[in-house]
Design a protein around this ligand. Sequence first.
Ligand code: ZN
Length: 142
Amino acid sequence: MEIVNKTKHTYIVRLDPGEEFIVAMQNFCLENKIQSAWLFALGATNGITLAFFDTGKKEYKTKEFQEPLEILNLSGNIALKDNKPFCHAHGMFSRADMSTIGGHIMRCVISATCEVRLEVGEGAIKREFDERTGLYLLSELS
Ligand code: ZN
């Protein structure tokens, strides 16, 4: 992972082949003391695990795809979960025949490259477990 441009509140970073997106972003935010951010990305992957949250069962159903895919659009955010930067991201991906798949990203291994814009917020935001939804929701920093 390499920072290719940095301004006061924005980083443009490049991920390289073999890097896993969620882990790389969480490590990057930990190293750079980022506790609140929104991110956008595009690129290519050859292995993803997507999830769909069943609101009735309050659990994620996951599915793995091991094939070359374009990352058409990936958006997400960074907030503190158990005091550590946590990346929540959703993505749209396309196959060679241009058909698309998408979902909540559990894992996304970069193949050629991934180009990320990270907009850093001021201070921190956090996630707290919510009984009603069964999810860790964004919540005010207490
Ligand atoms: Zn999600």
